[in-house]
Ligand binder design. Structure first.
Ligand code: FAD
Ligand code: NA
Length: 391
């Protein structure tokens, strides 16, 4: 069989965007290799067979962007619902509306404040530490929002996310802790927001639904038993979106990640928590959040099995070998390793590294699409359409 024009490792949003552009606009024959049994990467979802509720298999995924080009591009493959994401947080037996806003401040301090009064209160509480000289995450957070809000809404949650007391965490982990002195409690502040009307998998499958695109599932590029690396390396251009350290056999050491354990269950109630996401801010509750998926699609209410709901408890921890890498830990050692991997990647002939795993960066979906469109514009199109060197 003839070689494809381009091989893409990984069928996540980055790889799918590259594949679609190269097949559709340049007419290239594209082969996507994916080690999982499905395409879509971490945005993949499935209907729960019992309740018909769409479950995001790698954690709740909410689409939002202010990038016109990305929004227009995504809308070629799916429409979006008018879902607007909201998050609530439990703390000591009360439920607050997040992010930090005037409703939360009033409820927490048991008194109504005008925006100016709330601003003055928080500024006074934040004066305990100077932001510039904060020596750890706790001091930095207190310097930004004051001790009472920090202790209720940051300390326990952040400690669970990192399995580390915030006094032991670097101040760099947070740059800002925005407080809204309004009642606006939309979680995102982007121009566009919504969920794919027919679900993530319909969207992501449509991107690959092109006569020039072949997707080979359950094929690990790095597993010598599959033979694909030998078949294609050095012979056709490759866009690699797997973990950059794994590509180089972890020669510079492993990059560290956090992962999330997702415990899914079907509960015997129509409505478990009244909303999609509830954070658990108390440090002694072991999970960080509970997701109730049916609330992401209220327009599908009649299609869901009555009397049941699908929920997921999320537990955050450091990833071990074999765990799904979710969030870069990004310590000073990680950054030093990453610089070495970047040099190796730049020197690797005919291979471009992209996506969240290939660049060791947390990317929201719109950022993964945007980064892939840039790689297409700046590297792949010049190479294939104009004969520019691939680097
Ligand atoms: P991935 O989706 O990770 O795709 C990479 C693919 O490469 C995977 O399918 C993997 O199996 C495959 N692969 C790796 N190595 C190999 C190999 N050796 N051979 C073959 N295949 C390989 N974004 C939002 O916009 N909103 C959200 O609410 C949101 N929530 C998130 C929640 C969680 C818990 C996580 C982890 C991410 C979330 N994201 C969210 C981010 C979103 O998942 C990413 O933007 C998106 O996954 C990036 O796409 P990608 O293609 O770079 O990577
Ligand atoms: Na301060």
């Amino acid at each position: 069989t003839p070689l494809p024009d381009l091989v893409i490792v990984g069928a996540g949003l980055f790889g799918l965007t590259i594949a679609e552009r190269c097949a559709e606009e340049l007419g290239l024959r594209v082969l996507i290799l994916e080690r999982r049994h499905h395409l879509g990467g971490n945005a993949y979802s499935e209907r729960d067979p019992e309740t018909n509720v769409e479950v995001h298999k790698y954690g709740a995924h909410l689409f939002h962007t202010s990038n016109e080009r990305v929004w227009e591009y995504a809308n070629r493959f799916t429409s979006f619902t008018d879902y607007r994401h909201k998050v609530f947080g439990k703390y000591q037996g009360q439920v607050y509306s997040l992010p930090l806003n005037l409703a939360l401040i009033n409820q927490f301090f048991g008194k109504s404040h005008t925006p100016d009064e709330a601003r003055a209160l928080i500024a006074e509480q934040a004066s305990e530490f100077d932001t510039a000289s904060a020596s750890n995450l706790e001091e930095k957070a207190i310097s930004l929002i004051g001790r009472p809000l920090y202790e209720a809404f940051i300390k326990g949650y952040t400690g669970k996310q990192w399995q580390t007391d915030p006094t032991e965490l670097s101040a760099d982990i947070i740059t800002r802790l925005p407080v809204r002195y309004t009642f606006q409690n939309g979680w995102f502040s982007d121009t566009y927001e919504g969920l794919p009307t027919e679900g993530y998998t319909a969207w992501l499958s449509k991107m690959a639904d092109h006569p020039n695109i072949e997707v080979r599932l359950e094929t690990d590029f790095l597993d010598p038993a599959t033979g694909v690396a030998d078949e294609f390396k050095g012979k056709v251009p490759i866009v690699y979106t797997g973990p950059v350290d794994e590509y180089f056999g972890n020669s510079e050491g492993r990059l560290s990640w956090r992962t999330v354990d997702l415990e899914e269950s079907v509960v015997d109630t129509d409505d478990f928590q009244g909303t999609g996401v509830v954070n658990y801010n108390d440090g002694d509750v072991p999970y960080t959040r509970i997701i109730e998926f049916k609330h992401f699609h209220p327009e599908r209410e009649k299609t869901h099995l009555p009397g049941k709901s699908v929920i997921v408890h999320e537990y955050s921890r450091f990833a071990e070998e074999g765990d799904e890498p979710y969030y870069p830990v990004n310590t000073a050692e990680d950054r030093a390793k990453l610089l070495k991997y970047r040099d190796l990647a730049a020197a690797e002939p005919m291979v471009l590294f992209g996506g969240r795993l290939g660049t060791y960066k947390y990317l929201d979906m719109h950022m993964a699409i945007g980064a892939a469109l840039s790689m297409y514009d700046n590297k792949l199109k010049p190479h294939f359409a104009e004969g520019a060197e691939l680097k």
